[in-house]
Ligand binder design. Sequence first.
Ligand code: ZN
Length: 115
Amino acid sequence: MTAYRRTARALTLGAGGSAAAGLYAATASPWLALPGLYAAAFLAWCAARYSAAHHRQVAEADWEQRHVLGEAPAPLNPCCMLARHSDGAAHDRRKCTDEFHRITADLATEPRSST
Ligand SMILES: [Zn+2]
């Protein structure tokens, strides 16, 4: 279990609790349900994002393991998170799942060592 999954589960639990609190508050006044339901929707959205990050991390670990064992796994889509956030303009030399991008990635994207 990754930290992303733990966080996603906690957020899902929070979303359920917020929804329950919002619905309970609606028994007094329907307008009182809005804050609870808004918080529930936000927490559910966050849980979905963390769940997606968990799945991505598991897929990257599986890809890396197959790569190290000598297989030629197909690159993930997107190939790396740096490419996703730069619209494919930059690639992470170490974590990109596309072999060609690992070779041709700009050295400027390489993280700098603190030593
Ligand atoms: Zn990439």
